[in-house]
Design a protein around this ligand. Structure first.
Ligand SMILES: [Fe+2]
Length: 344
């Protein structure tokens, strides 16, 4: 149990990230939050900006009522700006948007307009600041991200295999790849903290094979480690079979079906984590309210497979699973980037 009491090293961590973003006194800096934002992190952002002598103002919108049907978590697509055209205009006119919405602006419908306005969006994941402060990004992380992006963009195929039976083929031709190292200092770009993740959104019809999840792998939508086996069969991007006898498979089958749309079963993104500071055991150490599991997505050497929306394949759905798998080999055109779950 962590206390929600401001610690000076948490303010310092926020200030470090803002300095990496090269925020300047002459810039328009906006803190974007919603009524359900983690108040502690909003306070920390204000205190860090104050300590750096950077002027700012806040845009705070009400958290929309959840739609009926399945509970949506970890979508990376805040709905808080829907119908908030004046707020979106304000954000697009800013130089820096410090995004403290619960889900984040990563995949929100308004994000393109905000970036096109020239703002840089610094999303701070909805984590307890104790975790954020452990994961202040470094120059090494940026170099690793750039290297991973270059490898993915030049590859034609990604293959993933494991001793448990994972055997996945992904065509990388035309895939959209982004590398996240944890800060942004360039207009019109978005980053999130913590970073250390590479994600590729494959084109339609690019993903086939089998994913064998075993105890110790992770389902971050449910914020739990698998404790029973689940085998997913994929055909032309879509999960066509979910095999398993335990509660993990039962929950996944039910949640997939609850969206009642085929796109919920399709591939969103593939990639891997490369943050040496991200801890595999983190999910055992935090209460669910204290973590958004971004750290688990960044654990070095995990294969991050996700279902859900993929705008590059022309698919939209509210359903989203992030499913990191440990201990795999990941190869790009036959060259291992991860061997036995370790960065190669
Ligand atoms: Fe995801």
């Amino acid at each position: 149990m962590l206390n929600d009491r401001i610690e000076s090293n948490w303010i310092a961590a926020f200030a470090d990230v803002f300095q990496l973003c090269r925020m300047q006194k002459s810039e328009t800096i906006v803190i974007l939050c919603e009524t359900q934002s983690r108040a502690l992190n909003v306070h920390l952002a204000e205190l860090a900006l104050g300590q750096l002598g950077l002027p700012y103002f806040m845009v705070r919108v009400p958290t929309p009522q959840a739609a009926p049907g399945p509970v949506v978590r970890s979508s990376g697509a805040t709905l808080a700006l829907n119908g908030q055209d004046h707020a979106v205009k304000t954000l697009a006119g800013a130089d820096v948007v410090i995004d403290l919405t619960v889900e984040g602006l990563m995949h929100a419908p308004q994000t393109a307009a905000i970036l096109q306005g020239g703002a840089r969006i610094m999303n701070i994941s909805n984590e307890h600041p104790e975790a954020l402060a452990r994961l202040v990004p470094t120059a090494d992380l940026k170099a690793a991200a750039k290297d991973a992006v270059a490898r993915c963009r030049s590859a034609t195929a990604m293959t993933v295999r494991s001793d448990a039976g994972t055997d996945l083929q992904v065509s990388m031709q035309g895939a959209a790849t982004v590398g996240i190292w944890g800060w942004t200092d360039r207009p019109g770009t978005l980053a999130h903290w913590p970073g250390g993740i590479i994600v590729s959104f494959p084109r339609a019809g690019s993903v086939n094979g089998r994913l064998a999840y075993r105890p110790g792998d992770m389902n971050l939508t449910f914020k739990r480690y698998f404790d029973s086996a689940v085998d997913l069969t994929l055909k032309d991007d879509y999960v066509v079979d979910i095999d398993g006898k335990g509660s993990d498979a039962a929950l996944m089958r039910d949640y997939f079906a609850s969206f009642d749309e085929p796109e919920a079963y399709a591939t969103s993104h593939v990639g891997w984590g490369f943050n040496p500071g991200a801890r595999y055991e983190a999910l055992t150490m935090y209460d669910k309210r204290d973590t958004n599991c971004t750290e688990l997505r960044a654990v070095a050497g995990n294969f991050l497979y996700s279902t859900g929306a993929n705008e590059f394949a022309g698919r939209f759905t509210r359903g989203h699973f992030d499913l990191p798998m440990m201990g795999c080999d990941i190869a790009l055109d036959g060259h291992l980037v991860v061997a036995g779950g370790k960065l190669a």
